[in-house]
Write a protein that binds this ligand. Structure first.
Ligand code: IPD
Ligand code: CA
Ligand code: CA
Ligand code: CA
Length: 271
């Protein structure tokens, strides 16, 4: 297939339309019957029938609309391989599956378009509330027609900092120890349960900063662009790009001091 060339804005409108439909499916399945619940890497790492159904729906929609593009999703991996130069869509069908399981209204569909290894458009839809955050590269980050610019706080001790823990017990022990020491240096800590929404809430300043170790690309592709386009620094530690080893999202005034605290507490260390 010949790849369809599109601007980031065009890719975003495709992403928004498909993510909204996916969010409706997630919400409907939550209301009607959550279906089969299985575990993946550990006993606490759950996946529901809805996670899989939403991913299949998005893959089918992209295949029909954008033949030639690739899709990387959490539940089925590389469903479609991109032709050279084509777009690769990065999908987390339900981010916050544990919240979904418990009926907590903090779970989202996260969909991003990547070209030549760069995320150029992304949308996160809170499927419980319908709230929506979007960004295109160079085009800013937006929620409900309002441009986002992050928190204006300038000292770490005034910051509400969000984080998350993966599903691995040994890693959690290390991260809990980091947390125990960080809590005395910040206003408070939040663990809301969906990385994509943590990034969007940081982008809009409802959280001052966010960090997490162990994320996968589908957790942060869309939300990371939204946070960066809101003017935040989104990076790893010691000059590394944001990724599995560490992602920190914070306003420029906060990033260096949070970064140094995380290095000192060895937040990227451990298992
Ligand atoms: C998880 C959530 C959680 C984060 C985990 C992720 P999932 O994604 O984003 O907040 O702490 O690292 O794996 O499994 O609910 O899509
Ligand atoms: Ca998962
Ligand atoms: Ca996720
Ligand atoms: Ca997921």
């Amino acid at each position: 297939e010949i790849p369809v060339v599109s601007t980031p804005g065009e890719l975003l409108s495709v992403a928004v339309r498909i993510a909204r439909e996916a969010a409706v499916t997630a919400r409907r399945m939550r209301d009607e019957a959550i279906g089969d619940v299985q575990t993946k890497s550990t006993d606490t790492d759950v996946v529901t029938a809805a996670d899989k159904a939403v991913e299949r729906q998005v893959v089918e929609a992209l295949k029909a609309e954008r033949p030639g593009d690739g899709v990387l999703g959490e539940e089925y991996g590389d469903s479609l391989d991109p032709a050279p130069g084509a777009v690769r869509w990065i999908l987390d069908p339900i981010d916050g599956t544990v919240n979904y399981l418990y009926g907590l209204p903090q779970y989202a569909v996260s969909l991003a378009a990547e070209r030549d290894g760069e995320v150029v458009a992304g949308v996160v839809v809170n499927a419980a509330t319908g709230d929506e955050w979007t960004a295109t590269v160079g085009g800013g980050a937006w929620r409900a027609g309002r441009r986002l610019s992050g928190s204006e706080r300038t000292t770490l001790d005034q910051c509400l900092v969000a984080t998350g823990f993966g599903y691995d017990a040994r890693r959690r022990a290390h991260q809990g120890a980091v947390m125990a020491r960080l809590i005395t240096r910040v206003r408070d800590i939040r663990r809301l349960g969906a990385a994509s929404l943590d990034l969007c809430l940081t982008a809009e300043g409802s959280l001052d900063a966010y960090f997490e170790k162990g994320l996968n690309l589908w957790d942060h592709a869309a939300g990371g662009l939204i946070a960066a386009e809101a003017g935040l620094i989104v990076a790893g530690l010691s000059g590394e790009p944001a990724g599995n080893r560490m992602l920190v999202a914070a306003p420029p005034a906060i990033f260096p001091v949070l970064h140094d605290a995380l290095v000192e507490l060895d937040a990227a260390g451990g298992p």
